[in-house]
Design a protein around this ligand. Structure first.
Ligand SMILES: Nc1ncnc2c1ncn2[C@@H]1O[C@H](COP(=O)(O)OP(=O)(O)OP(=O)(O)O)[C@@H](O)[C@H]1O
Ligand SMILES: [Mg+2]
Length: 315
């Protein structure tokens, strides 16, 4: 069995009347890219803050690199890197100064700092911009600099809280490339949070879906969607949704029917979407349900979220 880089048992976090975490268990093997996927306020940042020793859990325990986050916080900090959800960079410093100061904080000797800096500037492709003030950086460059800072101390486990929040598609794909390389080439274990399902799908070998402080589902992206059925036909319309749902559910090839009331959307899971499309749409006729739009797709992690919570995961 692979060594566990991160474990958590029964983590809860209470902020006054707010339950931020409601019993999170984790077991992340070394070398995994693990994505915590969930909507705003699900408890993703709280989980990262506990695992990186910044916040104490109300109850429960956790280890990172085999060290207890409460009793061995120094050892945990020595083996991890972290980038935060909100960019925290002094705009008056140059990129090089940001990285150098971080190395000094960790008492790295000068020669080591210079070597790491050169490697990381290469990795995140900041080039000559490394000597410009951070205030002149684009959002994507700031994220890349933060990633480099998180890597200065050669962590074994890297925590990335919403690593591509606010970035355009091109910059997001760029960050994904660095994350994959860190995992593949250097064998880093990564735990990242995201509310983008495509990000979890693109990067993660394991996904934990979080909602209201709980892990509602966990597995590889493939396993998670496979539990739903082969294909999903999404039908949007107006009128008597319940009649349509009842009619469709009677069809023998239908695996499951779900509704998202907010969107007037009906999700029909079937064995083969292309073969069943006509019959599914046909079930609407004479039912007082007017079909306005139909799409056919493989189920996504967003559908998995809806399945477990009854609500849509909005990007
Ligand atoms: N310091 C705090 N004091 C009070 N409540 C807090 C605090 N930090 C977090 N919370 C609450 O805990 C819950 C979980 O917050 P958390 O930041 O962990 O969610 P998240 O999944 O990271 O959300 P987002 O996607 O918006 O970043 C929310 O209801 C939030 O308002
Ligand atoms: Mg957050």
């Amino acid at each position: 069995m692979a060594e566990l880089a991160i474990t958590a048992r029964g983590l809860t976090k209470q902020y006054g009347a707010v339950t931020a975490l409601d019993g999170i268990d984790l077991a992340v093997s070394s070398g995994t890219v693990y994505a915590l996927l969930g909507p705003n306020g699900a408890g993703k940042t709280t989980t990262i803050n506990i695992l990186t020793t910044l916040t104490r859990p109300t109850t429960g325990e956790a280890t990172v690199c085999g060290h207890d986050v409460l009793r061995q916080a120094d050892q945990v900090r020595a083996c991890i890197g972290v980038t935060f959800q909100d960019i925290v960079l002094d705009p008056d410093l140059t990129g090089r100064e940001v990285l150098d100061i971080h190395g000094r904080l960790y008492r790295q000797p000068g020669a080591l700092r210079r070597r790491r800096l050169a490697e990381l500037v290469e990795l995140v492709q900041l080039g000559d911009a490394i000597d410009r003030r951070v205030r002149t950086y684009s959002g994507g460059m700031k994220r890349r600099l933060e990633l480099a800072r998180g890597l200065m101390t050669e962590p074994r486990v890297l925590f990335l809280d919403e690593p591509t929040q606010g970035l355009d598609p091109q910059n997001r794909v760029g960050i994904w490339g660095y994350i994959r390389e860190l995992n593949r080439v250097r064998g880093l274990t990564l735990l990242l949070t995201t509310h983008y399902m495509d990000e979890a799908e693109a990067l993660a070998s394991q996904v934990g879906i979080v909602d209201r402080g709980r892990l509602v589902a966990e597995g590889t992206p493939g396993e998670l969607v496979a539990t739903l059925g082969a294909d999903v036909i999404r039908v949007r319309g107006q009128g008597e949704q319940a009649h349509f749902v009842a009619e469709v559910a009677r069809l023998p090839f239908v695996v499951r029917v779900e509704t998202d009331a907010a969107d007037a959307m009906v999700l029909v899971y079937v064995d083969s979407g292309s073969r069943r499309l006509v019959e599914v749409v046909g079930a609407a006729s004479g039912n007082g349900f007017l079909v306005e739009d139909v799409t056919l797709a493989r189920p996504s992690l967003g559908d998995v979220f809806l399945h477990h919570t009854g609500r849509a995961l909005r990007d």
